[in-house]
Design a protein around this ligand. Structure first.
Ligand code: BTN
Length: 265
């Protein structure tokens, strides 16, 4: 299925279909690609998935929790709608899916910018030179809990000079690091290819994936605080396990965490 009204180049649609997406929606502008994918989900059967929704302009991007996601012109914003089972990913593997998303993005960006210290911040943020450059919002589709929308925002050709002050203080973009614009479509294609391939590897238990997360882990060795269900847990990050857990050495002994937000690191 190939749908969407936009001036976005037809070759991008073709390349996304070739990369393994079964449905491609390219919109000039939407409030949120996650919301758009959720709204379209009921029109799609399993053979239409994975579906991708991408846009040149996102006006009300959402972040995790109550956060909003700043979108500057030139940023990359897209959402993939999948049924993890179509990749052979069963519910117990869902925690690793989150790491696999961040790991795939970090791998592609690291390949292109090896000098910019590209790191994965558990569970799925990607940092460039110590600042956040990519955020991921995973949400289940309310009426189809077997479906997942994976929303990805990457600061590519949007300079942080145009961002609100609080975003400037903690984020960065690839154009600011590289000093020149990048081929945003090419980056999108490479990330989609890497994601689809890594999800199949995840189901097959390919060990290269957790090894890669461990190598890219930003938090290993640092004293961090994680907020989980209103509670704060502080300790030294001992790294990531094969099942997606973050190991934390706390004053009360070692803990393994599968969810939460890192509030201090
Ligand atoms: C976060 O770090 O808090 C997650 C940010 C996720 C932003 C992306 S941009 C594309 C997709 N659509 C949204 O509304 N949010 C995600």
């Amino acid at each position: 299925m190939d749908s969407g009204k936009s001036s976005i180049d037809n070759s991008l649609r073709g390349r996304l279909l070739q990369a393994g997406c079964c449905t491609v929606v390219c919109e000039e502008s939407v409030p949120s690609t996650n919301d758009h994918a959720m709204a379209l989900s009921s029109q799609w059967g399993i053979s239409d998935l994975p579906a991708i929704v991408t846009t040149s302009h996102q006006t009300r991007g959402r972040g995790r929790g109550q956060n909003s996601w700043w979108f500057g012109d030139g940023a990359l914003a897209f959402s993939l709608l999948i049924e993890p089972s179509q990749f052979g990913i069963s519910p117990p593997l869902w925690p690793t899916l989150s790491l696999a998303v961040g790991g795939a993005i970090a791998t592609v960006i690291d390949r292109q910018f090896p000098l910019h210290n590209i790191r994965l911040k558990w569970p799925n943020d990607v940092f460039f030179n110590g600042r956040k450059g990519c955020g991921v919002l995973n949400e289940t589709v309310p009426r189809s809990p077997e479906r997942l929308v994976i929303g990805i925002g990457i600061n590519v050709n949007n300079s942080l000079a145009d961002a609100p002050l609080e975003v400037q203080q903690r984020a960065t973009s690839l154009i600011d690091l590289a000093g020149a614009p990048l081929d945003r479509d090419e980056l999108l294609i490479q990330i989609v290819e890497q994601l689809l391939s890594d999800w199949s590897d995840l189901a097959a238990g390919v060990m290269a994936l957790p090894d890669r997360w461990r190598r890219l882990c930003l938090l290993s060795g640092s004293c961090i605080t994680i907020e989980q269900s209103g509670e704060r847990i502080t300790g030294t990050c001992l790294g990531l396990e094969n099942d997606g857990a973050l190991r934390l050495q706390t004053a009360n002994g070692p803990q393994r965490l599968y969810s939460g937000s890192v509030v201090d690191f």
